[in-house]
Design a protein around this ligand. Structure first.
Ligand SMILES: [Fe+2]
Length: 301
């Protein structure tokens, strides 16, 4: 046998994995090994640094619970979630569909259902706003009976999971568009927030002298029969961190400015945002565009 050196070890590993029956797994793992080894050679990774990385990833895993997903947070803060989103958009977005944004670590399935114009703030208190508009298709026609699901922080910048016990859902809800594709949601003006800084990802962000804040936003997930699911968010343009989101989720087309007296607003006295979401037809090969999941589902797998 030939002795391995710091270059030939890479090909030896790939050769040993060459019989992987699943071709995609074979491709992904070979590339992972090539880049991982290349990275270690480039930074001349030391045993102490290797051990520190193992310890870091161990803590990331240990921090995950049914209501907290530290690995998604790590992916988000490294820009990997945005990258995967951008690539998926490029491959699958049809025409002028609304831009996507991150699902994030605070999405939960089975949020309560509300009627047109009702408020998702069942417990939290604070200044109110209204979000209304239509869900339309590529031709600009309203999509009836689409599900519009939203979740956001309260006026103090906290998600329900961070202030209540996990059984309590607040500041999240599911709506349905009417026969013309219209929706209207009453909610609180969200506040920007810091990602959880008490775990290993927070320690990483601090070590990099980054601020850890996300600008105020409202998460949106739209689904309709025959259409591609849209995962996106609307960002409040007057937030101090609108240009430096710690998880790189903001796009210009998703920035909004709530204001009172808006034409057609269900309650003109309230600061309101009119936003039409455009969704694309589902292609035959379409898979889920969600970069993320309800943390309890990941923990259960
Ligand atoms: Fe969020």
């Amino acid at each position: 046998m030939a002795d391995l050196d710091q270059n030939t070890v890479t090909e030896a590993v790939i050769a040993q994995m060459a019989d992987t029956p699943d071709p995609r797994l074979r491709e992904v793992m070979a590339s992972l090994v090539r880049h991982l080894h290349g990275f270690a050679r480039e930074v001349k990774l030391t045993p102490a640094e290797w051990l520190a990385a193992i310890g870091f990833l161990t803590r990331v895993g240990q921090t995950c619970t049914p209501i907290r997903q530290e690995f998604i947070l790590l992916s988000d803060t490294l820009g990997l979630s945005r990258l995967v989103n951008l690539m998926d958009d490029k491959a699958n977005r049809v025409g002028e569909a609304t831009e996507t944004s991150l699902l994030g670590p605070f999405y939960r399935e089975a949020a309560p259902q509300f009627g047109y114009g009702e408020s998702i703030a069942t417990r939290a208190k604070g200044p109110e706003m209204m979000l209304f508009g239509r869900v339309v298709n590529e031709a600009g026609e309203g999509v009836p009976h689409a599900t519009v699901e939203i979740w956001q922080t309260d006026a103090d910048g906290a998600y329900d999971l961070q202030v209540n016990n996990p059984e309590v859902m607040d500041m999240r809800g599911q709506f349905r568009t009417d026969a013309e594709g219209r929706y209207a949601i009453r909610t609180l003006i969200p506040l920007g927030y810091s990602i959880p800084m008490d775990g290993p990802v927070g320690a990483m962000v601090r070590a990099q002298n980054r601020h850890g804040f996300r600008p105020a936003h409202i998460h949106v997930l739209i689904g309709a029969e025959g259409y591609r699911e849209l995962v996106t968010a609307l960002y409040l343009g007057d937030d101090d961190h609108i240009d430096s989101d710690t998880v790189f989720g903001v796009s210009e087309s998703l920035v909004v400015h709530p204001r009172a007296g808006l034409e057609g607003a269900p309650d003109p006295a309230l600061p309101s945002v009119r936003y039409d979401f455009r969704i694309a037809r589902k292609a035959a090969h379409d898979t889920s565009g969600r970069v993320g999941a309800d943390p309890s589902k990941i923990a259960a797998e």
